[in-house]
Write a new protein. Sequence first.
Length: 273
Amino acid sequence: MQQTLENPPEGQTARLIRQAGEQFARLRGELERRRALAFQPRPSDARGPAIGRFLGELRTPYELWQAGRAAPLRVTPQPIAEVSHPVMLLPGFGTHPARMKGLGKRLSAAGHRVSDWGLGFNFGADEARFERLCERVCTMARKEGQPLVLVGWSLGGLYARELAHLHPEAVAMVITLGSPFSGDRRANNAWRAYQAIAGHSVDNPPVGEHCFGPKPPVPTVALWSSRDGIVSPRSSRGLPGERDLAIGLRCTHLGFASHPAVANAVSRIIATL
């Protein structure tokens, strides 16, 4: 046996070499396919935020630090909610649920039962993962005895809209944070990176047939920012008929996940249920 492993038959060696070559060819083909997706031309009428605003996203940590210091002085503390609601936070593209921990703590302090989506990093639309998310939301709604409030940041908001269309009985409200649900799907500065990482075109995602266009059949509120450096404000604000209400804030796109002003706005919106 040892001699066979050290000196495999000539036929076995050839087979191993052939299999390794086939795997390398598949990998090279997949990398080339994703490279082509990343370098597709942008339509002439689709524009994301200007480069200056995009670079402004680098200031997010400093601005969050400033906002955190000023919050006790400038923001009226939110009272404990009269009615406690189950809330699920859905992270943005390329981010982990831990990025929304600050928002979750503030909503928990207001008396709500907060959970994350339970699927780890969000690396793009995936049919199997979306089915798991639907199962998780429906199961939690049954256990809680009431539908959930879905708070989705960027791509997470598209998941929330799609889910509310398919399972409105399990969703009490959808709140999107800078989510590009309206207009051209390339009116942002992340679509090339998305296509390269997710491996599919933004025009033909495996999940997302309902998240664009008409609003879900539940109360739907869009939070957007004129200082967003990733998603066009027009795309995240939407039009009448695509959401019930649009509220403008002043934060970066990356700041939506943990800015105190966002947490206060979300708390006030949930209080309307």
